[in-house]
Design a protein around this ligand. Sequence first.
Ligand SMILES: [Zn+2]
Length: 312
Amino acid sequence: MTIARTSSIHCLSFDVEEHFQVSAFWSKARRQQWDKYESRVENNTRKLIELLAQHNTKATFFVLGWVAERCPEIVRSIAAQGHEVASHGYGHELITDQTPGMFRDDVRKAKGILEDICGKRVYGYRAPSFSITKDTKWAIPLLIEEGYLYDSSIFPVLHDRYGMPDATPTIHLLRGESGCIWEVPPSTTSILGIRLPVAGGGYFRLFPYPILRQLLKRIERAGHPLVMYLHPWELDPNQPKMQGSYLSMFRHYINLHKTEDRLRSLLEDFSFTSIREALEPVSQACARAEMEWSQAKPLALEDHIESMRLGI
Ligand SMILES: [Zn+2]
């Protein structure tokens, strides 16, 4: 089951983490120093919230539990501005480096922290560096068991560090023994049979904007919602430089000074909102879950599937 639609409201998302937490610069030694680095995530996220307010746009913020613990005010501000708070896990460790037990603890801890801070249920999850791959598909049923209703971690592209090139590139429903979950893959497009990522991050800064715009318009014309992602640190060209491989440094620092203007152009050229609001079936699944919790009445799996089918 996949979603294609005629309206043109797209999904905008941000992975809220510090500039020193990106996977490309990850090392055990650096991980132990996290508390000693200068924190810039709060200012950068505030800048983002302000920019979105200027364009009257809502978005989904996948917040790292580690960040939420240290900057709870920013989580409250995100929620207070009407944005969706979702989970980026707790410790930003690649799923490929975790056991199923570690992964369950990580996503449970992050969800609990975020829900306690913002006083709202958290339904969405995005893995660090899109690290649900063919080797970590076991993560999907665990996310369902932990109460997540959608996931945005499977990037259907060929990449040296992540990706599942054969995965369905459009939004679709995944079923597990204990329920279902919507998979919301970041946007891609095919050129000469090659699937290219156009969803955000380094690609957003690398392609000339007019070309990117054209590619995104093509997806829009095909009736598919865009799923875009960025990070608060991408709007911070003055962040301290981390050392890493040439490729990682290129991807991380290329055109950081252009991100803000590009994001403004993107917000003028397309209409965005949060994942929950943009995707009717996801929105209905969340609303039904809320009703279920408020009535403390378990919802039968078949009812759950049927409700999502009706939303398409
Ligand atoms: Zn991340």
